[in-house]
Write a protein that binds this ligand. Structure first.
Ligand code: C2E
Ligand code: CA
Ligand code: CA
Length: 737
């Protein structure tokens, strides 16, 4: 660096077009690179900063025409003309530096005019704007696009274009690696579309072009001649398609180091990356990783919003949305669509036996089998615990039924997910088709549900198609439900009372209150019909409260009238015990009618007593804590084994009438009844036999030590007045003291 280069005097010059005292410019005191050119534009002097960046003037910049060096695209005439007119010329340029590191500069060239106003020399000041370029041009473009939640491909395209704007001579490509380890183009705005289409789906591997190999190795791969490099050996056609000569690819990695994709520069000449490209890539792979991870997170959220976490099937919400789209299409094309409800039989019990973990495994396995049988266009979802839904676009009723049979058979195959357990899983399936059975989601679901219920009632492990008769029955059921609701609201239900007789002395042990409904149009409706209906629509909870209050009120009135009725029994639904306020309600009713807890017996089903839920057990215990007796109704029809009886929170067992009525014909019934009586006796439970119609039955039960009996032999259930007459006429013995 010679000292004459360090100072520049232009005697008598006008600087920047302004007449001024001759300026003395201390070039080396300036941090920015400065070059001075003669009037013809040849660089003749430069400062230290310039030399350290671009080398001595003997190098590429020295003696060159300033404009050709700075802005090869600008014609010399225009450049010099503007300077000669006294104007400064400003521009941006990418310049090779001595370190082989091209950088972006903003170049400001000022004319120095002599006394006559002629161009004497040019002073060019450069400012390094590389980082600004990268930040503003690329980083901001990409980050803004990410922040705006634009689609991934759009973000990548914008970024590639921004890079190409500041990096002449390269074509940028971004590929994603999918879950199967295949390359999926995201953006390559300057490569031929046919090329991108050609590499779509290419596998990641040890010798799969620059990108496939970079993704495989997890490190950058530079191929300077894609026609001869062995990595591209099996991609020669691709190489031709790309129209490029070299390709440098860098893996895009997530925070945990896994490869999400690749970021590549394609060159039209045989070359590798320079330091500027490396810096760019460093910035861009981070941006790509950010965009890809964000997209993956978004995808995960989208997936979770639409799928069932356990089975990976669609959730009901998603099935509904997609079905509504499919129905809209079938409407247009006149194609049918079928809906199946698939319900595992007795899953609650399986769940109890297996425990939740294994039951979950079972559900996963079943879901897998359904998926394997489902046609490609099917929508398969989980409706609830053990219920699945399958929507089948294009299938008519016969095709849907055939498929449903296959599903049923597939579910019935032995399970492999739960080793060491022999489990027989079966399913009931309800089917309906659009448009014959409905043209909208709600109708189709209701009808598939009805068909499913019918399949269940028909004995399970079967397929049932909806039909018009089912629909008519459902309509009648809905009407009956409305009427029952009104009857309960308007207090038009009644209780009949059936005596419970102490078998040893024929005395009255109590009465059971049984609900009766006289429907204005259809006459008497059997409790066997309206109680299950009330269970289905939840009305049974209020019905229970009503029965408790009515029965207790009646008992209090009888007692006030001098009738000695020892106690009243009220039937409650298991649903009543899902309401934790039940004990308070009962306590309130007893208080209001001035009765003791022991005046009331609550009859409940076996299933409820066996229920393992702690809340339910707590409610049972609280009711019993009031002094109210609990009676297990229909004993013998449920699942409890005699062995379980020891720990049950009940005071009384009501032997189901089917056993009593089997006494005459079945030896087994006699043995069972005898065993139940003995066990009851030994653990202090009162045994009640219901449905006694024959004297022989009474005699057997009495002889075997059964304490209490109930049945038509003694009396039918009666309205209160009839019961009073019965009691008076019959003169039932006073209870033994
Ligand atoms: P359950 O509790 O087992 O009631 C005994 C049923 O057997 C009654 O039928 C009764 O009329 C009938 N029965 C009595 N003696 C004989 C007999 O000697 N032979 C025969 N074959 N049957 C006899 P009902 O009144 O039709 O009630 C049917 C079921 O409806 C009841 O069975 C009970 O589970 C339910 N239920 C009745 N009232 C209510 C109520 O207020 N609340 C609830 N939750 N359920 C009720
Ligand atoms: Ca009962
Ligand atoms: Ca019963």
């Amino acid at each position: 660096m010679s000292s004459q280069m360090n100072r520049l005097f232009v005697p008598g010059a006008r600087f920047g077009g302004l007449a001024a005292a001759p300026p003395a410019i201390g070039l080396d005191t300036m941090d920015s690179p400065v070059a001075v050119a003669d009037a013809r534009g040849r660089i003749v002097q430069a400062n230290a900063s310039f030399v350290s960046l671009f080398g001595p003037l003997a190098g590429p910049a020295g003696g060159a025409a300033l404009w050709a060096w700075l802005q090869p695209a600008t014609p010399a005439g225009e450049f010099l003309g503007r300077l000669a007119a006294g104007q400064a010329v400003r521009g941006e340029c990418l310049l090779d530096t001595a370190g082989g590191y091209p950088r972006w500069f903003s170049a400001l060239t000022n004319p120095v005019l002599d006394d006559h106003g002629a161009l004497a020399s040019l002073v060019c000041v450069l400012t390094d704007i590389t980082e600004t370029k990268l930040r503003d041009g690329i980083q901001r473009t990409a980050l803004e696009a990410i922040a705006q939640d634009r689609p991934l491909a759009e973000i990548m395209d914008a970024m590639c274009r921004a890079i190409e704007r500041v990096t002449p001579g390269v074509a940028v490509s971004v590929l994603r690696v999918d879950a199967e380890g295949r390359l999926r183009p995201l953006a390559a705005p300057s490569l031929p579309p046919r090329y991108s289409a050609g590499i779509d789906g290419a596998p990641v591997g040890p010798c799969n072009g620059s990108c496939g190999t970079a993704a495989f190795r997890g490190e950058p791969v530079a191929v300077t001649d894609i026609f001869t490099d062995p990595l591209w050996a099996s991609f020669q056609d691709m190489a031709l398609l790309s129209g490029m000569a070299a390709c440098w690819s860098t893996p895009i990695k997530s925070g945990d180091g896994s490869v999400l994709g690749t970021f590549a520069f394609y060159y039209s000449t045989h070359r590798g990356p320079d330091a500027y490209h490396c810096r760019l890539t460093e910035i861009c792979t981070h941006l790509c990783a950010l965009a890809l991870e964000r997209d993956a997170a978004r995808e995960r959220i989208r997936w979770q919003a639409n799928h069932d976490a356990l089975t990976g099937l669609l959730n009901l919400h998603a099935v509904r949305r997609l079905t509504e789209d499919a129905i809209a299409q079938t409407d247009r094309g006149g194609v049918p669509l079928a809906a199946l409800f698939i319900d595992l039989d007795d899953f609650k019990q399986i769940n109890d036996v297996l425990g939740h973990r294994q039951a979950d495994l079972l559900l996963e396995e079943i879901a897998g089998r359904l998926r394997a049988q489902a046609p490609a266009a099917a929508l398969l979802g989980r409706r609830s615990g053990d219920e699945f839904v399958m929507i089948l676009p294009g299938l008519d009723a016969p095709a849907a039924l055939a498929l449903a049979e296959n599903l049923r058979a597939a579910i019935a195959r032995p399970l492999v997910s739960i080793p060491g357990r022999k489990l027989n899983v079966s399913a009931s399936i309800g089917a309906c088709v659009c448009p014959a059975h409905g043209r909208d989601w709600d109708t189709l679901m209701r009808h598939a549900d009805l068909a499913l219920r019918e399949a269940r009632h028909g004995g399970r492990n079967r397929v049932r198609l909806f039909d018009a008769e089912l629909g008519a029955r459902e309509l009648a059921r809905a009407r009956l439900e409305q009427a029952l609701k009104a009857a309960l609201l308007e207090n038009r239900l009644q209780l009949h009372y059936q005596p419970k007789i102490r078998l040893c002395d024929n005395s009255l042990a109590g009465v059971e209150a049984l609900a009766r409904w006289h429907h204005g149009e259809t006459g008497n409706v059997s409790p066997d019909q309206f109680i299950p209906l009330a269970e289905q629509c939840g009305l049974v909870v209020d019905l229970g409260y009503w029965a408790l209050d009515e029965a207790c009120g009646q008992l209090a009135r009888w007692r006030a009238g001098g009738l000695r009725v020892p106690s009243v029994a009220v039937n409650l639904s298991p649903l009543n015990f899902h309401h934790h306020e039940l004990p308070d309600v009962i306590a309130g009713i007893l208080r209001r009618h001035r009765l003791a807890g022991s005046d009331l017996t609550v009859e409940i089903t076996e299933g409820l007593v066996m229920e393992s839920k702690p809340e339910i057990q707590a409610t049972l215990a609280a009711v019993r804590g009031l002094g109210v007796r609990l009676s297990m109704d229909d004993f013998g029809t449920g699942y409890s084994s005699l062995g379980h009886l020891l720990n049950l929170p009940v005071d009384e067992l009501k032997l189901d009438k089917s056993f009593v009525q089997g006494l005459d014909s079945h030896h087994a019934a006699a043995t069972l009844v005898d065993a139940a009586i003995r066990i009851g006796q030994s653990i202090g439970l009162t045994l009640v036999a219901e449905g006694i119609e024959e004297e022989s039955q009474r005699a057997f039960l009495c002889a075997h030590g059964c304490e209490i009996g109930q049945g038509y032999l003694f009396a039918m259930p009666m309205p209160p007045a009839a019961f009073e007459t019965w009691l008076a006429e019959r003169g039932v013995a006073e209870p033994a003291a």
